[in-house]
Design a protein around this ligand. Sequence first.
Ligand code: MUC
Ligand code: MG
Length: 419
Amino acid sequence: MSLHTLKVSSQTNSILAARKKPYENRFKNFKNLTGIAMRATAIESIETIIVDLPTIRPHKLAMHTMQNQTLVIIRVRCADGFEGLGESTTIGGLAYGNESPESIKTNIDRHFAPLLLGQDASNINAAMLRLERSIRGNTFAKSGIETALLDAQGKRLGLPVSELLGGRVRDALPVAWTLASGDTAKDIAEAEQMLDLRRHRIFKLKIGAGEVNHDLAHVIAIKKALGDRASVRVDVNQAWDEAVALRACRILGSNGIDLIEQPISRNNRAGMARLNLMSPAPIMADESIECVEDAFNLAREGAASVFALKIAKNGGPRAVLRTAAIAEAAGIGLYGGTMLEGGLGTMASAHAFITLNKLAWDTELFGPLLLTEDVLGEPLIYRDFELHVPQTPGLGLNLDEERLAFFRRDKSSTVVHQV
Ligand code: MUC
Ligand code: MG
């Protein structure tokens, strides 16, 4: 097997024969162009593409103001002709997490692809275990790969990803909108517009970048303007220390704020547990969860009463369900989180979330709505405050190749890692 870039111009007859009855041929072998025996469902190539997309407005978080969004699109091609799409996306380069778009691309190209090429794409357990054995962390990159394998397998079997994950218990998910213009009047106008459009009635306010009293006044003014017409929550993105957080949580709770997300550092788990005991509004863990094991430790320590589920921070749509199971067992509420992914990552999350028994705090799967452009053939459907999840095979999405070619950062490159 060659690990180097190889342009394959024609397929062998045995590959074409395998494609006629794709799933039945899963366990049959054929020889690739280098003469090496491979499964019909072998992973033939992995492509990673960085795309930079404009946002509708600057999006202000405690640690970073987004002026645009960068996605890493992953395309896994299999020998039986099926193609899986995935996405690995973060916020603000390295401002939010340990992986950047550039590190995700480099690590998949250099370290993931050699482990996966030639492996059976239809055995997702085995493929992900192979990665897990050799690659520490890198949950964002793992999530995009796991998504692409699920998408390919769903297409192969004619099933939506949700059904591969055990089956959906709903078809649509309520979606929150984040108000993060940094300006109180603008945020109120934006919320009113979303209510009028029947797009969102849950609002998350990004605070923590400013002086705390100013931030609290901003939140309280928005809650007063919206009243009972909306649920208002805050995300502090770790910006406060424990003493500030305790005072602020009390003020927020007594002013009708429903949920307080990650008020203090992910490293201060004992502080999170103390806040969780004393805050009148529930505390949600977001940055505190960087892997499934974090979720277990948080649950054991009583550090949060709600978990934000994110496929990127757990290693994929299957991995995030392990965190959900820990939360369910511990009596912790669930919220379907986002890393502001585009359509592919958003839909991968949605397929996982619609399989959950309970999602008490709904979701924030609005990433595509923050973008003025996406690289999908068809946009996602947001209607009557909900995101609707297709019942077509795989993720139910396809790429618009022209848009992809236009927005890809590396326009001239056609490098594909191929066996
Ligand atoms: C985060 O910290 O939750 C989710 C929504 C949003 O506006 O930012 C993200 C990240
Ligand atoms: Mg958050």
